[in-house]
Each structure stands twice: as structure tokens, then as C-alpha cells.
Design a protein around this ligand. Structure first.
Ligand code: ARG
Length: 564
């Protein structure tokens, strides 16, 4: 169903192989306005090879190209404008959707290769921030998109579960903590303890020494310290899990920073062997002067290893354990330098696979133009945000469709879907303004708009009592009115491919909003359910739209209720 390729092949034959199919495919354009054709081929670059005026070449080619796929070829100046055969192509596209269902649009260039995706990765005993939300949502969509392209995604939650802060937290807990309170509200209580530690330490500096001592105990494997750490970790994860459950996100691994504790000596040794470690201010670093980057800190003066050291160990572990084709890190752009250094050090160590690593950065979530902060106790609890969105969706349902069955379930799908879609609809590098009202609108580029379009299409199918199994596939229509929608359906796999190669889910989000729009326009103009010889074809088209909208939403991590 790759008509570009088909045209390139026809052109290559017509040109007697002067240009390859691949070269020709790149030259083929899609006219901005469909009234000019479905595909266009500019002949300018052929003028040199052929030593002929481009418009003459276009004329000659138009006479040579003959295929049932094209119902009309027009020459406009140096352009060849080609019109696809609407009947042939539409019936092929619709036939494919009906046969393939949710497999429609799938690609196989991933060839089964593993893609590790470092995503979400919140810090234990700290609130789940908007940045972690973005990482979760973007990483989850990328996982589904690469899977659709034939890769095998491996979602890794690189928890921030180790570091000197745990020594401080244990100190604070032992001084002022209350087990019951922590159990009831782990993150809030632990954060409060951590803040209290810092407040008290300004007037009582010896607290810092206690903190260091407890961290030392933790690193040395002291049982009490380890038990407390494990408990903080379990309680925090349980709280994070509520968010992951709400968002339907699952992980293949929770190997966080602590997991690499026993894997770092090897990294340091490797660096020593390769003579990459130098001393600087009593710390051990890898110089990255040629790379024009600041040195990468490997070991502090007190022997403690660092964030970067753990990431080196993690990168090597992932290569050895998963033999990845690509290794992705979905982390905010504030950490760009860290990932540049990480990749540069691995390159210096001689690991060719470092080229297969990529930092997938994203912009910030803003509220009234300002960064949404979780510090200074100004906690923006993500769960509250999601619950508020669900409550608002519930309220909308109550107003618009009070008789709806499963109201709570649908409200959850819509409320959560709205937050996810809002995040994914723009290029990930853009900062996004957080606004529940905006997210939950039923018009414009929103999740609820796409979901609503899907539900409406489902209801048409129910009313028409149409099922793919009963499809006659004997369509009595010219597909003229349907053509715009069909040509959008045809583009699905291209949107997926763009999203995959650029790690940019917004390609899919934009695509499904556009599809929803052309479909709604079609539905406003054509009486689908009216008794006519075209009814069967029209219902098959509506069905195809439901398949693609549902699959598009799924790729973003959003559910599609059949009624709302
Ligand atoms: N825990 C870190 C943070 O919250 C993010 C970790 C990202 N992943 C990594 N491999 N460094 O900032």
C-alpha cells in the first residue's frame, strides 16, 4: 500500500533506470492541496541527466506511466500530478483495515531488536514531579510506538533510590519520625522529615555528621540502616504505583541506582585500565576537553561514587543484559549535559554501542508561565492532579450524558487520557502550560475530542448494526466523498514511522486529531445511516476510522471508551 514506492518503480522503468527507485522515492511530493493530485513528481532535477527541458520530460513521462493505480495524470509545467484511482485504492485500504484490525499500520523495520527505555525514574521519598510525569507519559508512548515498528521495548524505571540523602532521612526519622504517619502518607511524611532535617541542620550542624554516619552505615550494609531504607523504598514505590496504575503504565524493570552498588568497582577499574581517570580537586574525574565538555565526576574525595558512575554501570549492564539496538533515556532537558558526558565517557572507553544511546529530552510543565515546583513544601501532588482531572471528566459526563453506563470507568479514561494527550500533542521539547480546563475541552486538539469522535463512530456502527465479519465488501460507491478520509487512513503508518525515527509521539497525536477532524467533517456532510446503495461502503469507512483512532490512542497510552 506504499503508493509512493509504486510510483517510484514506474518512474524508474520509464526512465530506463537512470535514477534508482530509492532516489526517485525521495523526489516524490505530496501536493499541499489535494485538488492538485495525491502525488506529484517534479522533473527539474532530471533536466541535467536528460539534457531536456523539465516540462518536456514531464510530458514524456506522463505518456509512459500507465497503471490502474492512477486514474489521471496531469502535466503542470515541470510537474507530473498524479491522481490515485479512488475506487481501487479505497477498497484496498478499507480491506486492509478490516483484515488487519489493530495490526493496521504496523511496520517491521525494528526487526525484533531490543530498545531499552529509561523512563519515569522518580526519587524515593520525594514527590513524583511533573517532570517525572512527562517522562512516564512520553516514555510509555515511545515504547508502544517502537513496538508497533517491530522493536521490543524494555521499560526501565531507574529509581533514584541511593545517595547521601538517605543518611539524612534515616537520621531525621530516628529523631522525629512516626511509623504510623509514614505508613499513612509515605511521601508527604518522608518529605516533611527531610525538610525538617535541613531546617534543623542550619542551627545544629552536627546533624550533618549524623547524616553522613548513617549513610556510611547504609553503604557498609548495616542491618538497621538497610531495613529502614528498604521500608522507605517499598512505601514510596507503593505510592508511585497508584499513579502508574491510574495511567496504565507498567515496567519491565525497577533496577534503580542502588542496583548498581556492586557493579561500580568494575567501572572504576575499567576506567583505570584505560587510563582515563585523573585526579582533580582530590576527586577522580574523566577529562572531556576534546569533546568540549566539563570533566565527568566519577568518585568523590571520600570515595563515594556518583550519579554519573551509576549511569555508566547501568549503560554497560543494559548492553550486556539486553544487547539493545537502541538505548533511550527519557529525561528532562536540564540533564542534557549529564547525558552528553555519559555518552562521551563510554565512547572514550571504546564502546562502539555508545552511538546507539540517545537522550530523549523534553521541556518543562508550566503553570501560569512558571515552572511547577515541588520544592519548598509547595508539593504539586500528581495524584491530586489526575484525580481532579477525573472528577472534572465525571462532572462533564453528568452534564452531557447522565444515563451513561460505567460512568466512573469512563471518567477515569477521559480524565487521564486528557492529561496524557495534552502532554503529547506538542513536540516534546516545547514547554507546556498546565491547564485542566484546556485539557478537558471537547473541541479542538484534545484527548476528549478524539475519544468523543471515536465513541460517536462506534455508536454509528451500533445503530447501523454493522460488523466487520458481516461486511459484504461489495461496495457500490465511487468513494469520491470518502476520499479525503481514506487518504488520511493511508497515512497512518507514515505518521507512526515519523514518530518512531524521531522519538516524537506528537506525530501520532497530531495525526489522530487530524483524522478525527476530517471524519467529523465527513459525517456532517454525508448521511451514513441513510438507506442507500452506498451505506455498506460508508459503514466500512466508519469502522476503519474507529480502528485507526483506537489504535492511535493506544499508541499514546490512552484508552478509548465506546460510549461517553
Ligand atoms: N532520578 C532522576 C531524577 O529524578 C532521573 C533519572 C534519570 N535516569 C538516569 N538513568 N539518569 O532527576
Amino acid at each position: 500500500m506504499n503508493f509512493k514506492k509504486e510510483l517510484a518503480e514506474l518512474l524508474s522503468v520509464a526512465l530506463e533506470g537512470e535514477l534508482s527507485v530509492a532516489e526517485l522515492e525521495i523526489l516524490i511530493e505530496k501536493p499541499k492541496n489535494q485538488s492538485l493530485g495525491d502525488l506529484a513528481f517534479p522533473c527539474f532535477s532530471l533536466a541535467k541527466v536528460k539534457r531536456k527541458a523539465p516540462n518536456l520530460i514531464a510530458q514524456e513521462l506522463s505518456e509512459k506511466i500507465q497503471s490502474p493505480t492512477f486514474e489521471k495524470i496531469e502535466v503542470v509545467g515541470a510537474y507530473l500530478n498524479l491522481f490515485l484511482n479512488k475506487k481501487l485504492v479505497s477498497e484496498q485500504v478499507i480491506g486492509n483495515v478490516i483484515a488487519q484490525k489493530s495490526e493496521f499500520g504496523s511496520l517491521d523495520f525494528g526487526a525484533g531488536g531490543n530498545v531499552t527505555i529509561d523512563m519515569s525514574s522518580p526519587n524515593i521519598a520525594k514527590p513524583f514531579s511533573m517532570g517525572h510525569l512527562r517522562s512516564t507519559v512520553i516514555g510509555n508512548a515511545i515504547a508502544k510506538i517502537v513496538e508497533k515498528c517491530g522493536y521490543k521495548p524494555i521499560k526501565i524505571n531507574h529509581l533514584g533510590d541511593w545517595g547521601t540523602q538517605f543518611g539524612k532521612l534515616i537520621t531525621a526519622y530516628k529523631l522525629w519520625g512516626d511509623a504510623e504517619k509514614v505508613k499513612q502518607n509515605p511521601i508527604k511524611e518522608l518529605l516533611a522529615l527531610y525538610i525538617k532535617f535541613h531546617d534543623e541542620a542550619t542551627s545544629n550542624p552536627s546533624l550533618e555528621d549524623d547524616g553522613r554516619a548513617w549513610f556510611k552505615k547504609l553503604e557498609d550494609g548495616d542491618q538497621e540502616a538497610l531495613d529502614l531504607w528498604q521500608w522507605f523504598r517499598d512505601e514510596s514505590l507503593e505510592e508511585f504505583s497508584r499513579i502508574y496504575n491510574l495511567m496504565n503504565v507498567e515496567f519491565d524493570s525497577f533496577a534503580g541506582e542502588a542496583f548498581y552498588n556492586d557493579k561500580m568497582d568494575r567501572v572504576v577499574k575499567l576506567l583505570e585500565e584505560k587510563q582515563l581517570l585523573v585526579e582533580s580537586d582530590q576527586a577522580q574525574v574523566v577529562e572531556l576537553t576534546e569533546e568540549e565538555l566539563p570533566p565527568c565526576l566519577i568518585k568523590k574525595s571520600d570515595g563515594a561514587t556518583l550519579y554519573a558512575t551509576r549511569d555508566l554501570a547501568a549503560a554497560i549492564y543494559r548492553k550486556e543484559n539486553y544487547d539493545f539496538a537502541h538505548s533511550l533515556y527519557v529525561v528532562g532537558h536540564e540533564q542534557s549535559l549529564h547525558f552528553k558526558q555519559l555518552i562521551a565517557v563510554l565512547r572514550k572507553m571504546g564502546f562502539e554501542w555508545a552511538e546507539k544511546m540517545a537522550h530523549i529530552p523534553f521541556g518543562m510543565m508550566l503553570k501560569d508561565g512558571k515552572k511547577m515546583s515541588t520544592r519548598k513544601g509547595k508539593v504539586v501532588l500528581l495524584e491530586e492532579v489526575l484525580n481532579e482531572s477525573i472528577a472534572m471528566a465525571r462532572h462533564n459526563i453528568e452534564e452531557k450524558n447522565p444515563m451513561l453506563p460505567n460512568k466512573d470507568k469512563v471518567a477515569e479514561q477521559v480524565g487521564v487520557g486528557a492529561v496524557i494527550f495534552h502532554d503529547l500533542k506538542n513536540n516534546r521539547m516545547n514547554d507546556i502550560e498546565f491547564s485542566l480546563e484546556e485539557m478537558l475541552r471537547f473541541e479542538g486538539e484534545t484527548g476528549p475530542y478524539v475519544q468523543y469522535t471515536y465513541a460517536r463512530a462506534c455508536s454509528i456502527l451500533r445503530k447501523g448494526n454493522w460488523q466487520p465479519e458481516s461486511s459484504a465488501a461489495d461496495y457500490q460507491t465511487s468513494w469520491e466523498k470518502e476520499w479525503k478520509v481514506v487518504s488520511f487512513l493511508m497515512e497512518f503508518s507514515n505518521a507512526i514511522k515519523r514518530a518512531c525515527v524521531n522519538y516524537d509521539p506528537s506525530q501520532v497525536a497530531k495525526y489522530i486529531v487530524d483524522l478525527a477532524q476530517v471524519f467529523n467533517k465527513y459525517y456532517a456532510e454525508v448521511k451514513v445511516l441513510e438507506d442507500s446503495k452506498e451505506r455498506e461502503a460508508r459503514l466500512a469507512l466508519v469502522y476503519s476510522v474507529t480502528v485507526v483512532l483506537k489504535e492511535g490512542l493506544r499508541l499514546l497510552g490512552i484508552e478509548a471508551p465506546e460510549e461517553m
